[in-house]
Write a protein that binds this ligand. Structure first.
Ligand code: GDP
Ligand code: MG
Length: 359
């Protein structure tokens, strides 16, 4: 049934560039008093620099001489659900990593890039480190995380502001000492008494030698812009690895599977175990039309019923929402067909996990 020979390799590209004029947050010097901490916090939270409309910048994209180019890898790590994928999408300026309230949404190493002036930021989103089940799928996800933190220029360790538990500690213990790490205290919008964060912050400084502390919200564009300025100084002078307007190295076919999986995760309740996956059987491009056939693989018959829903309603909705998003992403028409199949025990089976596209 697999006829999808033609897989477009075109990278997803930026429509326009947004400006970055963001001074970094000061490093947290060891031993500041509470007042100094408070002042630093206030300082960190000030949004600086007015945004220039993206259109103004389009005409001024100059590629700097290779010798002036800066480029580096930045790993975004943290336990599940702290906002890593939300952050990556905001940094890239387009959704390339799917998100949901479910903990195991990100399963692959997703690379997203953004080139700002002379600097190319190559961000690597990772699955959250899985500790709850020791099956083949989770072992694969964990290998992806460990692989991502070695060999990068900078690590952005994401936690929820004011929180730190065993799952965070587990990820923190994977960070190599030699690589600079920024502590990104995300979801700062949920903290109402900001002064109360100071003792927590001090505690975090004792846990690891963080280069900087950045309280912010991944869903605030001003905060996200500021982050570029903070990360830039850790990236080496070296030629860019990607084109100036490339946003991800993932194919359209991969994005299609991910978008369907996102709708599946978002539209089904907690009863549906995370061990469902999406395979693309066909991806054909005919002019402005894409014909996509996909299979949702589940572990049990009962799960199949949950996805299809009464009179096929649920599956229809998953298909419709995925199609709309794929049409927006590709700028063309999409014909999408989705099937549901049962493969019991796939997530426990190393070989199957591999054939389903996990590393
Ligand atoms: P990941 O598992 O770490 O990749 O987390 P996701 O990016 O999938 O986000 C998990 C949930 O947190 C989603 O429901 C996001 O909308 C939400 N979220 C992410 N960043 C923020 C933030 O800055 N503030 C708030 N309030 N919610 C956020
Ligand atoms: Mg994620």
């Amino acid at each position: 049934m697999s006829t999808g020979k033609k897989e477009p390799k075109k990278p997803i590209k930026a429509a326009a560039k947004a400006p970055i004029n963001a001074p970094g947050v000061k490093s947290l010097e060891p031993g500041p008093g509470q007042d100094a901490l408070g002042a630093m916090l206030a300082n960190a939270l000030l949004s600086r620099g007015a945004a220039v409309p993206a259109a103004d910048l389009l005409s001024t994209v100059d590629i700097p001489p290779v010798g002036d180019q800066r480029c580096g890898l930045i790993a975004i790590v943290g336990k599940p659900n702290v906002g890593k994928s939300t952050l990556l999408n905001a940094l890239v300026g387009q959704k390339i990593s799917i998100t949901s309230r479910k903990a195991q949404t990100t399963r692959h190493r997703i690379t997203g890039m953004r080139t700002v002036n002379a600097t190319q930021f190559v961000f690597v989103d990772t699955p959250g480190f899985q500790t709850r089940h020791a099956n083949a799928l989770n072992r694969s996800l964990n290998r992806t995380v460990v692989g991502a933190v070695n060999d990068v220029d900078l690590i952005v360790f994401v936690v929820e502001a004011g929180q730190f538990n065993q799952a965070d500690a587990r990820v923190l213990s994977l960070l190599p000492e030699k690589t600079p790490a920024i502590l990104l205290a995300n979801k700062f919008d949920l903290i109402h008494r900001r002064a109360e964060i100071a003792p927590w912050l001090k505690e975090m400084q004792e846990r690891h030698n963080f280069a900087e502390f950045v309280p912010m919200s991944a869903n605030s564009s001003k905060d996200v812009e500021r982050l570029f300025g903070i990360c830039e100084k850790y990236l080496p002078l070296q030629p860019w690895m990607y084109g100036a307007d490339e946003l991800t190295d993932r194919s359209d076919r991969f994005m299609a599977a991910e978008i369907i999986r996102e709708k599946l995760f978002r539209l089904t309740g907690d009863e549906l175990p995370y061990t469902s996956t999406v395979l693309i059987d066909q991806y054909q491009e005919e002019g402005n039309l894409r014909k996509i056939a996909a299979t949702i693989v589940v572990e049990r018959d009962g799960h199949k019923g949950m996805i299809i829903g009464e009179k096929g309603e649920k599956l229809k909705r998953i298909g419709t929402e995925a199609r709309h998003e794929l049409e927006a992403l590709t700028g063309g028409k999409v014909f999408l067909e989705i099937w549901v199949k049962v493969r019991s025990g796939w997530a426990d089976d190393e070989a199957r996990v591999k054939t389903f596209g996990y590393e």
